[in-house]
Design a protein around this ligand. Sequence first.
Ligand SMILES: Nc1ncnc2c1ncn2[C@@H]1O[C@H](COP(=O)(O)OP(=O)(O)OP(=O)(O)O)[C@@H](O)[C@H]1O
Ligand SMILES: [Mg+2]
Length: 239
Amino acid sequence: MTTAISTRGLTKRYGARTVVDHLDLDVPAGVVAGFVGPNGAGKTTTLRMLLGLVRPDAGTGSVNGVPLTQPAGYLPRVGALIESPAFYPGLSGARNLAVQATLGGLDPAGIPAVLERVGLAARGASSYQSYSLGMRQRLGIAAALLGDPALVVLDEPTNGLDPAGIREMRGIVRSINQDGRTVLVSSHLLAEVEQVCDWLIVIGEGRRLFQGPTRDLLAGGGDLEEHYLSMFTSTEGTS
Ligand SMILES: Nc1ncnc2c1ncn2[C@@H]1O[C@H](COP(=O)(O)OP(=O)(O)OP(=O)(O)O)[C@@H](O)[C@H]1O
Ligand SMILES: [Mg+2]
């Protein structure tokens, strides 16, 4: 199988507003794919449709070759971090992962490895409430990795992080990909993800503006980048 994610005409409306507008996406297996668009562009809504959390109003799609209409068929091999996961403040990071493993029917033997992968090995015994924002984000990613996923979906994992935290997050994304997993990572800032992405999808107002290898955007896409920036500026005040 060579395509991790594919959609055709994927559409979501809320009332009279079309927030995801006939998206045709193709994410090759094995890449780090960036999913970029300004606030309100429809990134989270699209990711939620891919994860079976929101029902599309139109369109089709598949994840790891299984139709979106059968999420139970593909979700066991998908790890996701969408919004902050619910962790128990008083439990340690490691205990929280043990709880998640139990709830998800996953093998807790993998917990030390995923803590190591996100750089929390030394702090796994500390309580969640003592974690910094970046550590909380990383524990969420560790939880997403527990089930040994083929596809990892991360919705704005750099939100709220300082430049050092953003760099660290890029390193984590890279290392998850080096394990052979496809990663789809969203951001409202192209600059934050372009260095780590082989593949980019840029959306605005629910529509696809660019999709392809990152080098194609950077080579011929100066116009798009400008367009993207102007769009970002113009929607900033209204969202
Ligand atoms: N449950 C909902 N009901 C009504 N409108 C919604 C709902 N969820 C999302 N929207 C609208 O859909 C549009 C896209 O939202 P979405 O959260 O997908 O954008 P986003 O690209 O993830 O933005 P951000 O960068 O701010 O996270 C927004 O205008 C939002 O208000
Ligand atoms: Mg969002």
